[in-house]
Design a protein around this ligand. Structure first.
Ligand SMILES: [Zn+2]
Ligand SMILES: [Zn+2]
Length: 92
């Protein structure tokens, strides 16, 4: 528990850089146009304890400006359950 704080911070910084790089490299899988980017964040990641949907992001929706191709990327934060602290049932 005690070593949790710093690594999390470091991960967030690394993640921000990663996001930027990813954004620059992201091409539409359908037409190859640049700027294939997140247009919507869908909430509803299930709570780790009770399984009810929470306010945590479950999926990112990518859309191409050029051909309107759309792709849903599940679990963009690489977690499939939400911390119960975000659950309105477990932690009202
Ligand atoms: Zn496209
Ligand atoms: Zn819950």
């Amino acid at each position: 528990m005690r070593s949790l704080y710093n690594p999390t911070r470091m991960n967030n910084i690394a993640k921000a850089t990663e996001d930027l790089v990813r954004k620059l490299q992201q091409l539409c899988p359908n037409c190859g146009f640049v700027d294939f980017d997140v247009v919507e964040r869908r909430k509803g990641l299930p709570c780790e304890l009770c399984g009810l949907p929470t306010q945590v992001t479950r999926a990112h929706i990518y859309r191409c400006d050029r051909c309107q191709f759309q792709q849903e990327v599940l679990f963009p934060d690489e977690v499939q359950t939400a911390d119960p602290m975000y659950c309105s049932y477990c932690n009202p």
